[in-house]
Design a protein around this ligand. Sequence first.
Ligand code: PLP
Length: 391
Amino acid sequence: MPRIYFDNAATSPINEVALQALVEQARDIGNPSSLHSYGREARRSVEEARERIALLAECEPSEVIFTGSGTEANNLAIKGIYWHRLSENKKRKIIITSAFEHHAILDPIRWLAESEGAEIIEVPVDDSGYLKLDYLETALENRGSEVALISIMHSNNEVGTIQPILEVVRLANKYEIPVHSDAIQSFGKIPLSFSELGLFAMTISAHKLGGPIGVGALILKKGFDVTPLLHGGGQERDIRSGTINAPAIVAFSLAAQAAHRNREKNSIHVSALRESLLDTIKNDIPDAVLNGGPGERLPGILNVRFPNTESDSLLLLFDSEGIACSTGSACTAGVQQASHVLMAMGLSESEARSSLRFSLSPENSKSDIDYFHTCLKRVIERARAAYRSSA
Ligand SMILES: Cc1ncc(COP(=O)(O)O)c(C=O)c1O
């Protein structure tokens, strides 16, 4: 039986060049903070990697702060900016975000609300999966002077819609509010420029674009302070203490470089596969419904609702045919919850519970779609039979 991987938004296969660099760099001794020649060599590799990332993200090398994951970078952005802004002005207790962020944004914000008295304004999204800018505009008109920060994702990891970050920044600038964006799903897949967007902070992560798991970065505007979460050796501009993970950082930068070099080609390939997957689904399952869009979107994410099914059983039935997909964000996949993203877009709980995400990468091919086609009707029929018998 073939094994087909349609869960690249959860994590994607490591790029060969990145893997080699990871292994080679791991063999070299040397803490990048040590002053001897071993340390200086490791430091040189890290600084070259920082320059590579900066070139790709269109920021300055000194603005790149490496972290141990995208989740850590998001926590640093949310808590670090909040605490810093509050230390300057006690009235700024509001955090504005959207209703359909990843849990790595929503949960630190909710934690700040529960334990530190922050107030949350969640900007709704429309039923296509795009931020309601007019709601944000009104919220800022009413409460702009009390806002500590705004955090809105660049693109959504479940439905793939690209958010109007330039507009968010334009509105925020009127009130001098820093904007952070979780750009984890966008980096390396679509054009993304930190400086052009005018952001204060932006999160990226290695394992969504062919780098290793366990390394990410917060890009933080020069001259802008945040309160550190980790205290220790003062690495990464005193913002993120902890021995610098040179092998993972070098591998991250090389994977990002490869993703950027091939971005247009990959985007054309992956978009065509996504279209073909969608056509296959529409033809075989006429009542299937596309979640998200039709505006600007990532090339590789497809989210579909299959009425009268239960997504957990669908996922397992596809898995038994060798096809890996997802019911939503991998971080919550172990928990039996309907997707908060789909419900924020207005789907009922049962509609959200009958939806699946297929996320493609350049490694997928037309033969994957052909194989999927041979299984699709059978899987849906079985899922519907199981659904009927449980009703
Ligand atoms: C939009 C988004 N933010 C944050 C994360 C978490 O990133 P990491 O796995 O690097 O901690 C993910 C990964 O699922 C994601 O898709």
